[in-house]
Design a protein around this ligand. Structure first.
Ligand code: SF4
Length: 240
């Protein structure tokens, strides 16, 4: 893999390393201070992330997809946001711990709106946070903020779910995967259906445009996908 590809694949990390290198050259004192702060957060993450991954794997293995879809899916009705609000409120740990769990819930059928509710509740109305708020700022302040924040969370969930579609998230995830990951720039797709006709296992038409059904399972399938990629008239298909 070329240096450029490694850089592209780990864009954020590469930029941080470059910034650190520049800081060490021009402001060593600031670089050392920054390194100390970063170490603190890295140690914190190393303590939390393994637990989060174990929890995520257990939910993924033990909770059936149907249960997630019924309770947090598009058709969960009013039950979905209420359960999501509860899950986010009783959670523990920093907000970054919520992302792998939410990604797994999304994969198992949770709706975008309910994921927004979980993340937002996790970030701003967790029960321990409310208890501290009531202690320092008074119960009235806490109650009014909770009501207004909860209403805002539901509005935000609705708005985000109308703007962001599941395919957008799947496309972004595919871009972060291995070398043979396939994704579609839906804005360039004309919906001609060539890719679907040639590789129905990997591609499907959704709302008049192509979407990735699943990633190639082996190098043989990846080779066929490369042929389809070449045939796409608008070059909407991308392969890392
Ligand atoms: Fe879209 Fe390209 Fe597939 Fe045609 S071949 S449906 S333009 S992605």
């Amino acid at each position: 893999m070329s240096v450029l590809k490694v850089f592209k694949k780990n864009m954020m990390l590469s930029v941080v390393v470059l910034l650190y290198a520049a800081l060490f050259v021009f402001r060593t004192d600031m670089a050392i201070l920054s390194l100390k702060n970063s170490s603190y957060y890295i140690i914190e993450m190393l303590q939390i992330i393994p637990v989060v991954f174990i929890l995520t794997s257990l939910i993924e293995a033990w909770v059936p997809k149907k249960v997630i879809m019924n309770n947090l899916g598009e058709k969960s009705g009013i039950k979905g946001p209420i359960i999501s609000l509860f899950l986010g409120s009783v959670s523990a740990g920093p907000i970054y711990a919520a992302f792998p769990i939410c990604k797994m819930l999304l994969k198992k059928g949770a709706s975008i709106a309910n994921i927004v509710v979980i993340l937002s509740a996790w970030a701003v109305i967790k029960i321990p946070m409310l208890a501290n708020e009531a202690k320092f700022l008074g119960p009235k302040f806490m109650a009014v903020r909770w009501i207004l924040t909860t209403v805002s969370i539901f509005i935000m969930a609705y708005v985000i779910s109308t703007i962001v579609k599941k395919e957008d998230i799947q496309d972004a995830a595919a871009n972060n995967k291995d070398e043979d990951a396939v994704s579609i720039k839906r804005q360039y797709c004309t919906g001609c259906g060539i890719c679907v006709k040639l590789l129905p296992n990997l591609f499907q038409l959704k709302d008049g445009r192509a979407a990735v059904k699943r990633q190639p399972l082996d190098s043989k399938e990846a080779d066929v996908a490369k042929v389809v990629w070449e045939k796409c008239p608008t070059k909407a298909i991308t392969m890392n």
